[in-house]
Design a binder for this molecule. Structure first.
Ligand SMILES: [Zn+2]
Ligand SMILES: [Zn+2]
Length: 389
């Protein structure tokens, strides 16, 4: 969001002292702890798509962020992102007196050079945040080729000239934090304001943030589904990612999972346009049924099954449920087959396993487990139903 978060300013000042001045050389590669909870990792789907973490929204000192672009690249590397977008505000540059120069592609150029220097797995995406007051709000344009060629508009002006210029460069257009700024038509049958419906009709909107930093909006999620927009989650980080998103306390970056056949920027862009996305927010997934089935189905599986003897119950099988994702999954079992070893609710830990026993199973090999995934939402208030095999 526009208002910079100052909680990180002391730590940022320490880092800034080392980064842009070039007085001392930064480390070859930033460190990542083993079994780190911050690393966002999901296995490939059964159909072979990669599940890539992509942050569509970040800021640097080139707008109202508080860090040099190099720091953003290091943070993305630590979080195991496949890509992240540099989306400095076109119209808000409070550090202009300190960060000289008018080249708006410069943050991307700095990040790209650093990615090459440390041989990063992360790919920077060139972008910008087109910033307007009511009734428009903020829009991110991603995958653009020249930010300098996008017209900088008055905060009160119609954003269409800027959006069209970005579209001419192949931009994906995202409506940012719609619940906060400018605000949805709450209580209306369709919460999308008339001006934004006009943008959609003009083909100038592809996606909408349903989660931004530490906030989530069920109305925005509902609107994305009903209007056929890609579902996006983003950090909108201004300070340090660790303090903005409480990562040392066990949280992770709010981000988007993209299902793409490979990790290339072209494949990621195409996948977002095909709405092959889900939002990852506070260890829960939000998206369409198809994408969530593929993501969770790729992460959760029955890794082992065997018969066990029981004096109490007949035909007992023991199943090892394995989770290869970096978030836990909270399950509610089908009432017809509640495990002997759990209440109806159970958690399969991140990168871990849960062993359960189920009674009255006649066919060991054909047996499946039906459960709702309580931290995966296919629409507001409705959980993903999954069959584990
Ligand atoms: Zn922003
Ligand atoms: Zn914004």
């Amino acid at each position: 969001m526009l208002k910079a978060q100052l909680v990180a300013s002391i730590a940022v000042a320490l880092l800034m002292a080392a980064a842009p001045a070039g007085a001392q050389s930064p480390p070859e590669r930033t460190s990542t702890r083993a079994h780190d909870t911050r690393a966002i990792e999901f296995p490939a789907t059964a159909a072979g798509d990669r599940v890539l973490a992509v942050d569509t929204h970040t800021h640097t000192l080139f707008s109202d962020g508080l860090v040099w672009p190099t720091i953003r690249l290091w943070e993305a590397e630590q979080d195991h992102l496949a890509a992240y977008a540099l989306t400095d505000h076109l119209e808000a540059r409070p550090h202009k007196g300190d960060v000289l120069g008018d080249d708006r592609n410069r943050p991307y150029a700095i990040a790209t050079a650093e990615a090459a220097r440390i041989k990063s797995r992360v790919q920077p995406i060139n972008g910008a945040e087109i910033t307007r007051e009511l009734p428009w709000g903020h829009f991110n344009v991603l995958f653009v080729t020249d930010v300098n060629a996008i017209p900088v508009g008055d905060l009160k002006s119609d954003p269409r000239p800027a959006l069209r210029a970005a579209r001419g460069q192949g931009a994906v257009i995202i409506w940012n934090h719609p619940w906060a700024y400018p605000g949805l038509d709450r209580g209306a049958g369709d919460p999308m304001p008339a001006g934004h419906r006009a943008l959609l009709a003009d083909g100038l909107m592809d996606a909408v943030e349903i989660a931004n930093s530490a906030q989530y909006s069920s109305e925005a999620f509902d609107m994305a589904l009903k209007h056929g927009l890609a579902v996006v989650g983003a950090s909108d980080v201004h300070g340090l990612i660790d303090s903005d998103l409480q990562i040392p306390e066990g949280q992770h970056r709010t981000t988007t999972l993209v299902l793409a056949p490979d990790t290339s920027i072209a494949a990621i862009r195409d996948a977002v346009l095909r709405k092959r996305t889900a939002a990852l927010f506070r260890q829960a997934l939000y998206g369409r049924e198809r994408e969530l089935s593929e993501i969770v189905g790729g992460a959760l599986r029955i890794a082992g099954r065997r018969r066990v003897e029981s004096f109490l119950t007949r035909d007992v099988v023991e199943l090892e449920v394995r989770n290869d994702a970096s978030i836990p999954f909270h399950l509610r079992f089908d009432p017809a087959a509640i495990p002997l070893t759990a209440s109806r609710l159970a958690v399969v830990p991140a990168r871990g396993k849960l062993v359960i026993q189920v009674a009255n199973v006649s066919d060991l090999d054909a047996f499946t487990v039906k459960a709702e995934v309580l931290n995966a939402f296919v629409e507001p208030g409705r959980n993903l139903a999954l069959t584990l095999r």
